[in-house]
Write a protein that binds this ligand. Structure first.
Ligand SMILES: [Zn+2]
Length: 463
């Protein structure tokens, strides 16, 4: 049996593992490449596989870099089941529908430009109908339960603590009377992830594909990060300004809502209005609140006490553009969370245009800001920025609450591997650049006596 890596090999996006044995062909994740220009051309073409000959697809979680090429797969003839946990199925719906909308929007812009220079229009990689077909194929799997995935292939999914519904996947593949256990970690969350349970351990494997995004360092301890956030918010409240939080819609927004509600409950912060100005984040929050069975003990307790309600906190939702606009008129102190997380698009831009020139405003950065993004320019201390073609003076306080991450840092990754190490599996470090995977490989070699494989795109791992 063999596994071919069609992504997340030496880089952090495009997860896709093609598992082949004599009796089955299975794809684990099928995501797009994001922000890695040399790899993005792979988003438009199918890898050299026969999509119609696949027995099954299974997803570790809903993020686009694990699911974004699924429409391409059905366009090329795949019509079998796409297995995922119930929460992942709910979130995939939001993510893939949004992706096809964004694709159509960008294509219209590209084609207008091409028309002006007499070039023929570019066709989309896939259509809305392909996306809907993907959603119709989604089939729920249970946690911690063995089930038949394909002929000669059993699956078991266990919590990975990364986003709601995320799991690591164990396949037991039988070939010539021989059974092999292959584990795909998916994205592993940090041990103290808000709301979610910690990753569940595995104890035995022949082959392990393990993510290595932050294999080179540990994140700052969470209590320090939260203390920093509290100080930023307290200062902003004294200035009676708005706290603008550029935030990713799924995962990070719910985490922040949770921390705000918990801080008020514990008396660490006074209650201020929290507006969630993002239809996608509102939808994701509803999905989080519809899966209390996935909460950790603390979140379950806060739910019982009524501290987090159906919407995770006392947040006020702005679904429509009018509701969003009305936020211009309200007075601080208040918090407004809006997308996108790097301030490259979305409703946060309107709030920034309206409030950046005011000295009482605070912009609280809570996530990674890519090079060239507006969020990065603000963090770097830009005195003015251009938003919708307009030059805006930056008089607001720009603050960063660093350390929040949905990925395990170095020592949490090692803790995840620890219970597996005594079975001496082959370890393949995927979902990581050299910066992350090389130091981790060194540690795994020294600590467990296993020399991990560092794959490249298209590499085949044979068992
Ligand atoms: Zn992810």
């Amino acid at each position: 049996m063999k596994v071919t890596l069609y992504g997340a090999a030496g880089n952090v996006t495009g997860s896709a593992y093609f598992v082949q044995s004599k009796s089955c062909n299975v794809m684990v994740d099928f995501g797009i490449f994001q922000g890695e220009k040399s790899l993005e051309s792979n988003n438009h073409i199918l890898p050299p596989i026969d999509a119609s000959a696949l027995d099954a697809v299974i997803l570790t979680h809903a993020h686009l870099d694990h699911t974004g090429r699924l429409p391409l797969l059905v366009k090329h003839g795949y019509a079998g089941p796409i297995f995922a946990t119930a929460a992942t199925i709910d979130i995939v719906g939001i993510i893939l529908r949004d992706a096809v909308r964004v694709q159509a929007h960008e294509l219209r812009r590209t084609n207008r430009k091409r028309e002006r220079i007499g070039e023929p229009p570019v066709k989309p990689d896939y259509t809305e109908a392909d996306t809907e077909k993907v959603l119709s194929l989604l089939t729920p799997i249970q946690y911690n339960t063995y089930a038949q995935l394909a002929p000669g292939c059993l699956v078991r999914a266990r919590e990975s603590g990364h986003i709601l519904g995320s799991v690591s996947i164990e396949l037991t593949v039988e070939e010539n009377g021989d059974k092999k256990i292959i584990i795909f970690s998916g994205d592993i969350g940090p041990l103290d992830m808000a709301i979610l349970k910690d990753p569940d351990p595995f104890h035995e494997a022949d082959l392990v594909f393990m993510e290595s995004t932050y294999g080179d360092h540990n994140h700052r301890p969470l209590p320090e990060t939260l203390k920093e956030g509290k100080e930023i918010i307290e200062k902003a409240i004294l200035q009676k300004g708005k706290i603008l939080v550029p935030s990713f819609a799924i995962g990070r927004s719910q985490q922040l809502l949770y921390y705000m509600a918990r801080a008020v409950h514990r008396g660490n912060l006074p209650e201020i209005p929290v507006y969630l100005d993002s239809p996608m984040a509102i939808e994701a929050t509803k999905i989080y609140s519809s899966h209390p069975e996935l909460y950790d003990e603390e979140a379950a307790e806060l739910l019982r006490l009524g501290v987090i309600k159906g919407d995770l906190s006392g947040m006020i939702a702005s679904e429509t553009a009018e509701e969003s606009m009305a936020l211009n008129e309200i007075e601080g102190p208040c918090m407004i969370m809006a997308g996108t997380g790097m301030c490259n698009a979305g409703r946060i831009l309107h709030h920034l245009r309206h409030n950046l020139s005011r000295s009482e405003t605070t912009v609280m950065i809570v996530g990674y800001q890519g090079n060239g993004s507006l969020g990065r320019r603000l963090l770097d201390g830009a005195k003015t920025v251009k938003i919708f073609g307009e030059e805006i003076a930056v008089n607001a306080h720009i603050a960063s609450m660093g350390g929040l991450s949905a990925h395990a840092g170095q020592s949490d990754l090692l803790s995840w591997l620890q219970p597996l190490a005594s079975s001496k599996p082959m370890v393949v470090l995927s979902h990581g650049e050299d910066r992350g995977r090389k130091p981790l490989a060194e540690l795994i070699k020294n600590r467990f006596g296993i020399m991990p494989v560092l794959p490249e795109y298209g590499n085949i791992i044979t068992l």
